[in-house]
Ligand binder design. Structure first.
Ligand code: ATP
Length: 455
């Protein structure tokens, strides 16, 4: 590891106990997870581009979510709805009229804008102490024009959540997939909100990705299903290595819940900024509100026949709504550690203890030197393993540096080809977390990884 990359011993951050996001932001840029958007033009405020490793991480988070809640269940289907759809959807859902945040502006020196509901004191600007304006409502939906003529009739919106796609396709999915209650529709995709106060890196951006499930149930069974989904979603984060003490359930009180929500629990993560505890995901019992609204506005009956009661039922909906980009950030923050290996030499190892299911690369393969006979073997192992897993071949100058580079991006295994390999057809496999090395026959690598990389 280059000296400039090396944190000093005094500053070593124990796992998940960062003071702020600076080290994560720097690592993301340095190692290709997340870049400031349009950087060559001076950037674009609070806007980021996901780099090569960030895309892999985000895809792995998404895949783990689909695996747990679609592949390993028999009651949830996938959907990928349009981002720009009929404005009638947003009128009926209440977003055109009610998707508003109270905005206050500093009338003093700094002129900053804030969300009134995020401030403790509405008398004074938190930045410069100036007087604040009266709150006014600000609609968070991005508007656009569809077609060549710009008039009121061409106004459309970029979706501020994925969820409405599930509601308007409720009957399409139920009919085509021959579903009875209870069943769910899951969607992963981009959402857009004209946030007044984006910030804290990718925690809150104007363009972000969500993973939402709308789970349709018989009214009367909704409380039980609500509990089920809170447990399932909390369990999902923990199964991917998030540490229990950084995750908690927050029962959203009556006066903070949407009026149609019977109950909402936020899964909060203890972030290294602001108040610490912030929403990672919200699980809401939305009752029959959404389908009811769309029934009324569209004139279509959004009901399913119930064989037991012989009636057409307007289902209730339990919605676990998670942020994919926010979750990717949380997994990185929680996994980050600076290990002090040698205090005298101020040698600190930066490690991302990402769950192997989430790690961008599952393994890195190195030849101990650039000698052609070693390269030939390492390339062969690489060619073989990559048919099955996302792995990387790194012709490094120095094995120590190569290990550190992989530790920092969370690669769980490193495979080293050395001169002895040419004699015994075996390699060294190093574990990222324990740094233990074992000698293993090349012929056994596939079955070994098939075991440890089973999710
Ligand atoms: P907040 O109160 O933080 O604005 P919210 O309650 O409006 O969030 P939801 O509408 O419940 O958020 O969205 C579900 C999830 O989508 C959130 O828990 C979060 O993980 C993610 N999310 C919402 N807004 C953003 C954003 N601007 N940037 C990144 N992720 C977001």
């Amino acid at each position: 590891m280059a000296t400039s990359d090396m944190a000093t011993a005094e500053a070593a951050a124990p796992r998940g106990e960062l003071d702020d996001l600076q080290k994560i932001v720097a690592l993301c840029k340095r190692r290709g997870f997340v870049f400031p958007s349009a950087e060559i033009y001076g950037g674009f405020s609070n806007t980021y581009d996901w780099g090569p490793l960030g895309v892999l991480l985000k895809n792995n988070v998404r895949d783990a979510w689909i695996r747990a809640h679609v592949q390993r269940r028999d009651d949830v289907d996938l959907l990928d709805a349009a981002i720009i759809t009929s404005p009638s959807v947003w009128k009926a859902s209440g977003h055109v009229d009610n998707f508003v945040d109270p905005l206050v502006e500093c009338l003093g020196e700094c002129r900053q804008r804030f969300r009134a509901d995020h401030l403790e004191n509405l008398e004074k600007c938190p930045t410069c102490g100036g007087k604040l304006s009266e709150p006014r409502n600000f609609n968070g939906m991005f508007q656009t024009q569809v077609g060549p003529v710009e008039d009121a009739g061409s106004v459309a919106y970029l979706r501020p959540e994925t969820a409405q796609g599930q509601f308007v396709n409720f009957l399409n999915v139920a009919t085509s997939m021959r579903r009875k209650l209870p069943f769910g529709i899951a969607q992963v995709g981009r959402s857009f909100r004209n946030e007044i106060t984006p910030g804290n890196f990718v925690f809150r951006t104007r363009e972000f990705e969500q993973m939402e499930i709308e789970f349709f149930v018989q009214p009367g069974t909704d409380d039980e299903w609500f509990e089920h989904w809170v447990d399932a979603r909390e369990g999902w984060y923990l199964s991917l290595g998030l540490r229990t003490h950084n995750l908690r359930r927050f029962e959203v009180p009556d006066d903070e819940r949407a009026f149609y929500s019977k109950r909402t629990i936020d899964l909060q993560y203890h972030f290294p900024f602001g108040k610490g505890w912030e929403e990672l995901e919200g699980i809401a019992n939305r009752t029959g509100y959404d389908l009811g609204q769309h029934e009324q506005a569209s004139g279509e009956r959004l009901r399913l026949f119930d064989d037991e009661t012989k009636e057409h039922v307007l289902p209730y909906v339990v919605e676990p709504a998670a942020g994919l980009s926010r979750a990717a950030l949380v997994f990185m923050v929680d996994a980050y550690e600076e290990q002090l290996l040698d205090a005298a030499k101020k040698d600190v190892r930066t490690v991302l203890h990402l769950h192997p299911a989430l790690a961008p690369y599952k393994a890195a393969i190195f030849p101990l030197s650039k000698k052609p006979e070693l390269l030939e073997v390492s390339r062969k192992i690489y060619a073989d393993l990559r048919t099955e897993w996302m792995v990387v071949h790194d012709v490094a100058s120095g094995i120590g540096k190569a290990y550190r580079r992989q530790d920092e991006i969370g690669t769980p295994y490193c495979i080293t080809v050395d001169f002895q390999t040419l004699e015994d057809q075996a390699v060294t496999v190093r574990d990222r977390d324990t740094m233990q090395q074992v000698r293993m026959a090349i012929a056994d690598l596939r079955s070994y990884f098939a075991g440890v990389l089973q999710f």
